[in-house]
Design a protein around this ligand. Sequence first.
Ligand SMILES: Cc1cc2nc3c(=O)[nH]c(=O)nc-3n(C[C@H](O)[C@H](O)[C@H](O)COP(=O)(O)OP(=O)(O)OC[C@H]3O[C@@H](n4cnc5c(N)ncnc54)[C@H](O)[C@@H]3O)c2cc1C
Length: 396
Amino acid sequence: MIEGLEKRVIIVGGGPVGLYCAYLIKRFNQRVCVTLIEQKKDVGTNYCCAGHISIYGYRKLMVSSVLDLEKFLVNKIRGAYIFGPNQAKLEIKTEKFQTFLIDRSNFENELYLLAQNVGVEIKLNHKVSSITDDEIVVDDKENNKYLTIKYDFLIGADGPNSIVRDSFENKFDTSDFVVTYQVTAEGDFKKDMVSVYFGDFSKSFFGWIIPISRTQAEIGVGTNITQNPKLAFDQFLTKYNLDIKNIEFNCSGIIPISNLKNKTFVEKNKLLIGDAGCFVKATTGGGIIFGMFSAEAAAKAITLRYKSFKKIDSYNKLLSKYLSNLNLHYKIHQFMTKKTQYELDQMLLKLKEADVEIFLEKYANIDFITGVIPKAIVHPKFYVFYKEILDFIKQK
Ligand SMILES: Cc1cc2nc3c(=O)[nH]c(=O)nc-3n(C[C@H](O)[C@H](O)[C@H](O)COP(=O)(O)OP(=O)(O)OC[C@H]3O[C@@H](n4cnc5c(N)ncnc54)[C@H](O)[C@@H]3O)c2cc1C
């Protein structure tokens, strides 16, 4: 960066991904002015999430050296029960804890403090209402006035309905987006196991139970954006005859599943991170870990631009190792979605017979899956799946 020249990076959205990115950019580039704009009055409120993240994924993030995951811990999980639409039931359980349920509000507030302490300018209660190539218009809701702010780089961290993404010429496909309905309820739960339920109540996704404790859980359903998620939720409860009480509506939100192949996440001087860039695992809907990896990649790309005059397009390249995994998650999601309920159940039964539970207990990683597939392809017990494997490989 040229001495004495102020540069301004604006980040739209103060969810976990935007806050983390703002913190990193300011930490790496003290002379750059970093402004974060969030429409809500506070961070850590009104989000839609279960807060279930992998321990391995979190430990790979730079933030793990400054924020200990235990600080936000609500519950520790060892594995999952997977229920097929008819009779299949799989149990994948490891000795070591694999995932944590975190207090997301607490997590966001800690990220907020990190950003604030390195000198990020944070404008709460401000909503970005329009975008041009070098400035944005912001609704200052507190003072009831509009501001125009110039930027050198604009980062969209504004979630699934991103206004920054909408300003891109290269449009994202939203037809695979999933809508959700989630409640908190009481019942008798297995504290260290999540449950995933498939059935025709959900088009293209599933229902879930994520225990908070032995007696309380987050229970939800996701279905294609064209469906009614509340209806899907009611059908899910009926189909599985779930014995729960004191049901409290928690949230309804969007999981932005999209085919990211051949997509670009930087256009001119605008970048997309987190849910705005659809960095979610299509198999589970989890977006916190990969969203935060995208924040790290964006912060690196901005730093390379300012310190080594590299092109900002380096962002796409920095993302490649995450995209190869996200693309594989998407491919598996598509493969399963195309199956009928009967075929899906049969496939799960066949997998059980081939000891997939033992295989996954040994090799499963819910984030980074590119290393697992080659092991599955050469696994002697999975030869019975040669037709499915061929179909999977051929699938575009
Ligand atoms: C029901 C449900 C359960 C989920 N469970 C999990 C889970 O267990 N684990 C997991 O990893 N992921 C989960 N996810 C996904 C996860 O919540 C998202 O991937 C994550 O929140 C993405 O973070 P983000 O910062 O990119 O976006 P967000 O958290 O959506 O934050 C975007 C921010 O931008 C702000 N904003 C939007 N537009 C504007 C604007 N125009 N101006 C100013 N501010 C704006 C919003 O107010 C918001 O604060 C779940 C999602 C749903 C719907």
